[in-house]
Write a protein of this length. Structure first.
Length: 73
């Protein structure tokens, strides 16, 4: 299995001059209210989010998504 740092370095160097934007009906985090009313975030079990979010982090991309959590509004 390749080293994650090498993969992130490759992605940064390959996409450093581009703006990576994901527009999707899936989000990398779902926001909900705790019993005390505080907002909590959790990762959904979406394969797309799991695959693309690390790339977005590596290149400081933007993820625009439809919020499905009760606290996403």
């Amino acid at each position: 299995m390749p080293n994650l740092n090498k993969i992130q370095g490759f992605i940064r160097s390959s996409l450093s001059k581009t703006r990576f934007v994901v527009v999707s009906n899936r989000e990398p985090y779902v926001h909900s209210f705790s019993k005390t009313g505080e907002i909590q975030s959790s990762k959904p079990t979406s394969g797309m989010a799991s695959a693309l979010y690390p790339i977005l982090q590596a290149v400081r991309g933007i993820w625009i998504a439809h919020g499905t959590g009760e606290a996403d509004a």
